[in-house]
Ligand binder design. Structure first.
Ligand code: ATP
Ligand code: MG
Length: 350
């Protein structure tokens, strides 16, 4: 065994490989500066894996992921596989389940360098994360039924499912600004009342973390009207799905936002929040920032290298300041130009 960090790389489809290549170049540059030793294991996944093997998540790919310290993934899927027996997105659901990735974390960051790209007026810097429960709730609960006269979905949570994701939120807050807001609908839903009970219990173990609650309707307004007040938002699957897309909008571009999905043990998975963008694939204009920030998030959270993540994020602020940006942010630069400038500014900062 080597003590080099093992990173499984799933490059994905359409713009996936374009932005993955950008992310890996930045990883290489920042690692050289910081004596960080790693090994890449690139394996097929999604549409690319269907073409090779017929299966979006071949056993060998799953094995490689399980044996790694972290998984980097770019977007998968697209029209080419719309009629495949097993679609690429199925692979995504399977990998989350097989790695038991029950917590999905999405950051929303708007700094002084990026605030002019936001569709809302930003007075104070925004920096919060949404910790969304990913593997339970109404998307999975039984019974689920539809007849011609009625339909039913079931929102169901166990104490263990809530407790483990609440711990992720409080743990994150204790490395951030010590504030967790549980978002729910406890004035109406039994599951939300239960979330409050269990989360209060977890909060007792983190006395330094301020804990409050907000109804989801109120929280969805505050994400627009006063986003700076949030640090860590903890919420269940359905609310998290909706709120995290709302939060993405206030940053200005889908092409800049990373995410992390993690379980209790085993490798976490890092990926951009957007899809494979077939409309711009091959045009060399995909925004690489979402992937590069996914690399930064991996360095900080899986490898304890917050210092390297800061170097990457500062270099990203530089491209904003210089206006060297891809068309999604109103610029006219290519994926490669943006990536090269980020690398140059990392090299100059050391
Ligand atoms: P999915 O169903 O896979 O989530 P989607 O329909 O939500 O896909 P995306 O692929 O996320 O769509 O893209 C939505 C729009 O945002 C597209 O016009 C796409 O070109 C653009 N987009 C997404 N990611 C990027 C990126 N990294 N750089 C530039 N534009 C992007
Ligand atoms: Mg989408």
């Amino acid at each position: 065994m080597t003590n080099k960090k093992q990173i499984a790389v799933l490059a994905g489809d359409y713009i996936g490989p374009e932005i993955m290549s950008a992310g890996l170049k930045v990883l290489e540059a920042v690692s050289k500066n910081n004596q960080f030793d790693y090994e890449i294991n690139a394996v097929p996944f999604g549409g690319a894996a269907i073409d090779e093997t017929g299966d979006p998540l071949p056993d060998s790919t799953l094995e490689a992921c399980k044996n790694s310290d972290a998984v980097l993934l770019a977007a998968v899927g697209g029209p080419k596989w719309d009629h495949a027996v097993k679609r690429p997105e199925q692979g995504l659901l399977e990998i989350r389940k097989d790695l038991n990735l029950f917590a999905n974390i999405r950051p929303t960051v708007i700094s002084s360098a990026t605030k002019e790209y936001s569709p809302i007026k930003i007075t104070d810097p925004v920096d919060f994360v949404i910790v969304r429960e990913l593997t339970s709730g109404i998307y999975f609960g039984q019974p689920r039924e539809k007849t011609s006269t009625m339909a039913i979905d079931t929102m169901r949570y166990t104490a263990n499912e809530i407790e483990r994701v609440a711990k992720v939120a409080f743990e994150m807050a204790s490395h951030r600004r010590n504030h967790v807001t549980l978002v729910d609908k406890a004035n109406v839903l039994a599951t939300s009342k239960f979330w409050r009970e269990i989360t209060e219990g977890v909060a007792k173990n983190y006395p330094e973390v301020e804990y409050d609650t907000s109804y989801v309707d109120t929280a969805s307004m505050k994400i627009i009207s006063s986003p700076a007040q949030f640090d860590v938002i903890l919420t269940e699957n359905l609310f998290g799905d909706i709120l995290s897309d709302e939060a993405a909008q206030i940053t200005g571009s889908l092409g800049t936002i990373p995410s992390m999905s993690k379980g209790k043990t085993g490798p976490a998975l890092y990926e951009p929040i957007h899809g494979s963008a077939p409309d711009i694939a091959g045009k060399k204009i995909a925004d690489p920032i979402s992937m590069i920030k996914s690399v930064a998030m991996m360095l900080e959270n899986s490898f304890g290298r917050g210092d390297m993540a800061i170097q990457i994020n500062q270099a990203i602020d530089e491209v904003y300041k210089k206006g060297i940006l891809t068309p999604d942010l109103g610029g006219s630069s290519s994926t490669e130009e943006v990536t090269n400038l980020i690398i140059k500014s990392i090299q100059e900062s050391s």
